[in-house]
Design a protein around this ligand. Sequence first.
Ligand code: PMP
Length: 296
Amino acid sequence: MQYYNDETLIYLEGSFVKASSAGVDLYGQALHYGYGAFEGLRAYNTHNGTRIFKAEEHFDRLQKSCEAISIPYIWDNRELVERTYELLSLNNLREAYIRPLVIAGSNMHLTSATHAKMLIAAWEWGPYLGQNLLRVCITNIQRPSPKAFPVESKISGQYINSILASTEAIKKGFDEALLLDQEGFVAQASSENLFIEKDYKIYTAPLKTVFPGITRSAVINICKKLNFELIERPLTIQDVYEADSAFLCGTAAEIIGIKQIDHIIFKEDWEHTIGASIQRRYKNLVLENENYEVII
Ligand code: PMP
């Protein structure tokens, strides 16, 4: 996949510059130690024009991620949202995946950053895990401990954990990995949150060890709106195996149904599950086909 060409512009340090000519700080803590924070947003081509779903929430989370790891955050999030729309327009992108990245600068010490750069890139990207129902497996790779990392933050280095988990899943012939937390509960996937359905109720893991997905909270709001009972509680492996259906959600993957977890194949036809109704509602929400205020 080619993410940019000679014409692609990125937003870097307050200006729009060619992606092909923007340099990398070879002595930066981001490069050496994964000391940076990032976000993933999606812009949709709606009847109201190009609209970024929950743009402010994503930039606010980026700010929190930086604050959690002591990277100075000197940007105004409203202005960053405006610059992001400008970036999309300059690159003629009506729908896109958008990647802001805060890059800690030169410093070979293991001390907190004194300066950082803001990069925003965007490219066309279909649903991250495709559109087909998924085969997922529970990996041996655990979610990082909240005592080791602020796991509610999107910190660059932390994603080695996600890479290890999804690599293990793909090597075993699955599409994506589910990770357990330190207590052995099923937390989430490598970069998506997990929901299961059992007896017409929807369950998801509580926020203690899982990432506070913006899509996760949109799903919870959709459940409230549609009067689906939503229960947040730790999920055992048994809960997941005995579910009627399940799905993953995230900005990149959107909402995608699961066909199989380990050796268990769900009997329920996905199209008849609550997850499928939520998936349809989510699509309408991001495309602004429904009154936004009514739902959220
Ligand atoms: N979990 C992890 C570890 C993530 O990095 C992400 C974002 N890619 C998600 C879940 C989903 O979060 P969101 O819905 O905010 O994209």
